[in-house]
Design a protein around this ligand. Structure first.
Ligand code: HOZ
Length: 437
């Protein structure tokens, strides 16, 4: 790839800023933490995205997780086309919703009943309301740096964009509401125990990304999630796993299958929509039946269970259910990780990688990175240099240190090799010691 020309993206960004706050519809996309102009994407295929200037990149953003099959997978595209021909929304139940709910339940046995919504944010917000309604308690425990969408109760010491921009809480969230959200330290069960002790009988639920991906990827320490399971049981609170990223990613049955822990409620999104807007929450039958119209906890949505999103989700999960899929994905991810590990080690640049299968983050610091506080020690200026070094060579990684890179089933050996070679050059160019931007 020659010198990157981004004339059209620059022009569009200028136009976008006049009509869209910051020129983007989701903050991290704006490239603010790495500098430069966001690429305006024109199309995508397989493991690549192509911008409006005609530059094609090997993509590891993967729409922030959903594109596990790669972009424009033929079966998913054909399914969406066929579904669109039958109408795009009815506001009435469909057979597809039953099929998708069944598929989800077969992969996540803890999700005895499932409700479909339109985004991960909506799913998390609804699960939290349900937990409060079911237990009759108001307080929620979340972990610093975990991100559960942007509903009011969840924007407290959150990850993703708010961590990237150094504003972990948001104006506009009433203090009266935020005080019901208690925060604990990921991988520190004692911090949760203390909260239960000082809020006896008041905590409705503990919500956690079992494999966090929104402060960069963090690994749950052995026994940490088991402790949460035991504590919530002892205290009559619910355990909610936010598997919007890890669901169907780290295993077909998500982190709960991989780690053998059953939460009371699970939140899903991303992959289950095959790239279309979707979310789901589900869990114990007795808890889910507290939802309207069976129970009193209200939750609704015109586009919930949208036929296009449901069809795309079913097609995507059908591909993932094929024998050997996760082995293949794991092999690709291992190959890339080993290559990159060698490159970073040789470069002498301080780096620490956390990875679970095909999701990973390389933090620009010597590590270990185990939680929000340690993630924040990363050299974000060095990351920005690396990001631009990679972009210049046609490799598109997240424009933030605190996100995950995703390998898809579409990444070819050639593309993985190109990525490893690009990393070598990006680090060499920075003289083995990326300068601050
Ligand atoms: N919250 C997403 C990353 N964890 C970013 C969504 C987007 O910008 O599309």
């Amino acid at each position: 790839m020659g010198k990157l020309t981004t004339k059209k993206s620059k022009k569009l960004f200028g136009e976008a800023k006049k009509v869209i706050p910051g020129g983007v519809n989701s903050p991290v996309r704006a490239f603010r933490s790495v500098g430069g102009t966001p690429l305006f994407i024109a199309k995508a295929k397989g493991a690549t995205v192509t911008d409006v200037d005609g530059n094609t990149f090997v993509d590891y953003v993967s729409s922030w997780g959903p594109m596990i099959l790669g972009h424009a997978h033929p079966n998913v595209v054909a399914t969406i086309r066929a579904a669109a021909g039958k109408g795009t929304s009815y506001g009435a139940p469909t057979e597809g919703e039953v099929t998708l709910a069944r598929l989800i339940r077969s992969a996540f046995p803890s999700m005895e009943k499932v409700r479909l919504v339109s985004s991960g944010t909506e799913a998390a917000m609804s699960a939290v309301r349900l937990a409060r309604g079911f237990t009759g308690r108001d307080k929620i425990v979340k972990f610093e740096g975990c991100y559960h969408g942007h509903a009011d109760s969840m924007l407290v010491k959150a990850g993703s964009g708010v961590l990237t921009f150094g504003q972990p809480d948001s104006p506009g969230v009433p203090k009266d509401l935020a005080r019901h959200t208690l925060t604990a330290t990921f991988n520190d069960a004692a911090s949760v125990r203390r909260l239960f002790e000082s809020n006896k009988g008041e905590i409705a639920a503990v919500i956690v990304e079992p494999v966090p991906g929104n402060m960069g990827v963090i690994l749950p320490a052995p026994g940490f999630l088991d402790s949460l399971r035991n504590l919530t049981k002892e205290e009559g609170a619910l355990l909610i796993f936010d598997e919007v990223i890890s669901g169907f990613r780290v295993a077909f049955g998500g982190a709960q299958e991989l780690l053998g822990i059953e939460p009371d409620l699970t939140i899903l999104g991303k992959i289950i929509g095959g790239g279309l807007p979707v979310g789901a929450f589900g869990g114990r039958k007795d808890v889910m039946d507290a939802l309207s119209p069976v129970g009193p906890v209200y939750q609704a949505g015109t586009l919930s269970g949208n036929p296009l999103a449901v069809a795309a989700g079913i097609a995507c999960l059908a591909e993932l259910a094929k024998k050997g899929t996760y082995r293949k994905l794991g092999e690709k991810a291992d190959y890339l990780a080993e290559g990159l590990y060698g490159v970073f080690e040789k470069s002498g640049v301080p780096a620490w990688t956390n990875r679970v299968g095909s999701m990973s983050t390389t933090f620009f610091q010597k590590g270990p990175v185990v939680d929000y506080a340690t993630a924040k020690r990363s050299d974000t200026a060095a990351y920005a240099n690396y990001f631009h070094g990679m972009l210049a060579q046609g490799i598109y990684i997240a424009p933030s240190q605190f996100e995950a890179a995703f390998v898809s089933l579409a990444h070819t050996r050639r593309e993985l090799d190109r990525t490893i070679a690009a990393a070598r050059q990006a680090l060499e160019k920075a003289g083995g010691n990326p300068r601050k931007r």
